[in-house]
Design a protein around this ligand. Structure first.
Ligand SMILES: *[C@@H]1O[C@H](CO)[C@@H](O)[C@H](O)[C@H]1NC(C)=O
Ligand SMILES: *[C@@H]1O[C@H](CO)[C@@H](O)[C@H](O)[C@H]1NC(C)=O
Ligand SMILES: *[C@@H]1O[C@H](CO)[C@@H](O)[C@H](O)[C@H]1NC(C)=O
Length: 264
């Protein structure tokens, strides 16, 4: 999983594969007013940070593992496209974690947050592009920018990524079903460019009709058993696994009572 803990990195008990919580490595700062839908999510009870996306006036999309075991009253959301701290901290009314979320395998790593007020900002639109192997994607997040300082970035970062061949992804994460087939998207092939700790829950976007639209939610990084890189973010043997949002329209409509059309 790709959350950041201010004091320590959360260890996943008895994982079925090697994984870490996710930061943007090799990226660049986002220019203001270009991507106004990315959220910074901070939980003061667990001292973790995550990223997310504004998907409707009062709704934030994020990863289930960002909220699992946390508390709504200690979690705040800030929507910003440049420097954190300039914008108000919004509070949470409630959140919905997918009922089939599995903390061990990170299956169905998706959740929505209902804010106590409507947030100002343009919401991200969900893409209906079918994701295939070897496709260009762009991730965003507030995670750490390198493996040596695991702290949140003070400016929103973005990085270009690419979906990896599904066969390669299955080697690192045997539960992977394939890009465009299963409920997850897998990236790799861009050593030095990656998401990492603190980027969990943030958007993975695809270009559709000239607009970057939401395709995935940053979930975790996976690497082969005995890897020399020990799964450091951006290593050439690490793949990134993202929840494939388009496969979860029913979850979005039932938890928010909005129509699927309103998210597109
Ligand atoms: C590592 O990340 C931290 C936090 O974002 C940043 O302050 C620092 O400049 C980065 N160091 C390098 C070498 O990029
Ligand atoms: C890595 O991301 C940077 C910043 O988005 C981009 O300029 C660069 O082309 C990417 N490199 C690869 C190999 O995709
Ligand atoms: C959605 O509608 C149902 C039935 O009217 C209601 O019980 C539920 O509270 C609503 N959920 C939200 C998030 O508004």
């Amino acid at each position: 999983m790709k959350t950041i803990t201010i004091f320590a990195i959360i260890a996943v008990s008895a994982p079925v594969f090697s994984q870490h919580l996710n930061r943007i490595i090799g990226g660049e700062s986002v220019r203001p007013n270009v991507y106004p839908s990315v959220a910074y999510i901070a939980d003061s009870s667990t001292s973790t940070i995550c990223s997310g996306s504004l998907i409707a006036g009062g709704w934030i999309l994020t990863a289930a593992h960002c909220l699992y075991g946390g508390s709504a009253k200690d979690t705040t959301v800030t929507i910003s496209d440049s420097v954190i701290g300039n914008n108000p901290k919004l509070s949470i009314e409630s959140y919905f974690i997918h009922k089939d979320y599995e903390p061990r395998s990170q299956k169905n790593d998706i959740a929505v947050i209902k804010l106590t007020q409507r947030a100002v900002g343009t919401h991200a639109k969900i893409s209906s592009v079918r994701i295939t192997d070897n496709m260009r994607l762009r991730a965003f997040g507030w995670g750490a920018r390198n493996n040596s300082e695991l702290v949140a970035s003070t400016s929103l970062q973005t990085v270009l990524l690419e979906t990896a061949p599904s066969s390669e992804c299955k080697k690192n994460y045997p539960l992977f079903e394939g890009n465009g087939i299963g409920n997850q998207i897998c990236t790799g092939k861009t050593p030095g460019n990656d998401t990492c700790l603190g980027d969990s829950g943030g958007p993975l976007m695809v270009l559709e009709d000239g607009t970057w639209k939401l395709a995935g939610i940053t979930s975790f990084g996976a690497w082969p058993e005995g890897s020399k890189s020990s799964g450091l973010c951006g290593s050439d043997d690490v793949v990134g696994i993202y929840t494939n949002v388009n496969k979860y329209m029913a979850f979005l409509t039932t938890s928010t009572n909005a129509t699927s059309q309103s998210f597109l």
